[in-house]
Write a protein that binds this ligand. Structure first.
Ligand SMILES: Cc1cc2nc3c(=O)[nH]c(=O)nc-3n(C[C@H](O)[C@H](O)[C@H](O)COP(=O)(O)OP(=O)(O)OC[C@H]3O[C@@H](n4cnc5c(N)ncnc54)[C@H](O)[C@@H]3O)c2cc1C
Length: 373
């Protein structure tokens, strides 16, 4: 019998499969469509800095732990597959215009980064304008984070699929899991594509679909899809080297002259259509931040469904009442970044190894999350 069946082939499911198979477990991943084509493909690939040593909140601890893992995770994946996932320490600058509201929010943000011990190379807006001359000279405040990284997520997903195949993971596409069959306190099988799939352990990693899907087990997960639209622009020369953020909107430059402009947060169910209003707003945002982008070529746009979790943290852990089922879902805006630590935590749980992070980072669903740990 297969050791582990993973349901969902996004970055979370594939990372878990890659990690588990590296520890000698036999793994099958069931994906309802094509692998890595949903939120994980649509995302911008930003990997913000963290510092586990000084992290005080569960969110900061997960971010700090995963940030440490990324370089080694990338190296191992590249040496196994020969694929470059585009991971780079590109740096990131956060900027503010004089008419942006909420100055105290800006100050609190900077202070929180300092308390966490995250390196801020400069807060001198004149220096930042000198360093990144493409920026609109009207910006009034800025700081630069040299440890801000990025990954080209479509390449990373390809590398994970190849890495999984090399390790013998069975990747089954077009296999929507419709039913979960339980017996007592165990999941016996999941039903997909006309077949029952049995395993010793099951991991549910269905992203934005997880809430609806797991309701058949009587489990109430507060996960819902939140649409994010992205515009892809192209310039003949890279216009600037680092990620630029204004609050929750951003420009992410790739080293081939492409620039991702993101993103919206819309509660429109499972609708992935682009809208004229959102795309117009994103283009205006890009032009305001980097005026020269008005000459950029419009390449394409798309949308993805982030798995929003009402707890503000992903669900990572054992499912209630079931001894052989885990969940790893609800990573909202940070699932690419948190994918290595999620995979490590699931491996530690399944192999009964010491779990790396304190309890409050591991949220299982139910009325009393603590009781599942
Ligand atoms: C516009 C946008 C920008 C983003 N930017 C960033 C960023 O810069 N940095 C970052 O870290 N994160 C970012 N994110 C968030 C990140 O993309 C997600 O958190 C992450 O991709 C979630 O991964 P996942 O594997 O859980 O979900 P998904 O990638 O959606 O994968 C879930 C998979 O499960 C499959 N599935 C569902 N139900 C079933 C079933 N019953 N049977 C079989 N298969 C099933 C689905 O088909 C899907 O392929 C962004 C997201 C969006 C949309």
């Amino acid at each position: 019998m297969t050791d582990v069946i993973v349901i969902g082939g996004g970055v979370i499911g594939l990372s878990i499969a890659w990690e588990l198979s590296g520890y000698g477990l036999s793994v099958r991943v069931l994906e309802q469509g094509q692998f890595g084509r949903e939120a994980s493909w649509a995302g911008a690939g930003m990997l913000p800095p963290g510092n586990l040593a000084n992290a005080r909140t569960p969110e900061a601890r997960l971010r700090g732990a995963t940030h440490q893992l990324w370089p080694d995770w990338t190296n191992r994946l590249t040496s196994s597959t020969g694929m470059d996932n585009g991971f780079s320490r590109s740096g990131g600058v956060e900027v503010r215009f004089p008419d942006d509201a909420d100055f105290s929010g800006w100050k609190n943000g900077v202070n929180a980064l300092k308390e966490e011990g995250i390196l801020i190379e400069t807060e001198d807006v004149s220096e930042i304008k000198r360093r990144f001359p493409a920026l609109n000279p009207e910006i009034s405040q800025a700081y630069y984070l040299p440890d801000f990284c990025q990954v080209r997520n479509p390449r990373h997903l390809k590398a994970l699929q190849i890495g999984c195949s090399i390790r013998g993971v069975e990747l089954v596409a077009e296999a929507p899991v419709q039913k979960i069959r339980t017996r007592g306190d165990r999941v016996e099988a999941v039903h997909a594509g006309g077949n029952d799939h049995r395993a010793a352990e099951f991991v549910f990693a269905g992203g934005a679909w997880s809430g609806e899907f797991l309701s058949q087990l009587g489990i109430r997960l507060e996960i819902e899809p939140v649409k994010g639209q992205i515009v892809l622009l192209r310039t003949s020369q890279p216009a600037f080297p680092c990620v630029i953020q204004v609050g929750r909107e951003y420009l992410v430059p790739r080293n081939d002259g492409r620039i991702l402009v993101g993103s919206t947060e819309e509660r429109t169910g499972f609708d992935k259509r682009n809208t004229a209003e959102a795309i117009g707003d994103l283009i205006r945002f890009a032009e305001r931040l980097v005026p020269n982008l008005k000459h950029a070529e419009f390449e394409r746009c798309w949308a993805g469904l982030r798995p929003y979790s009402a707890t503000d943290r992903p669900y990572i852990g054992r499912l209630p009442r079931l001894n052989n089922a885990c969940i790893a879902a609800g990573h909202y805006r940070y699932g690419l970044h948190l994918s290595p630590i999620t995979a490590v935590l699931i491996r530690q749980i399944l192999l009964k190894q010491p779990v790396q992070l304190p309890d409050d980072c591991r949220v299982a669903p139910g009325s009393d999350p603590g009781s599942f740990w």
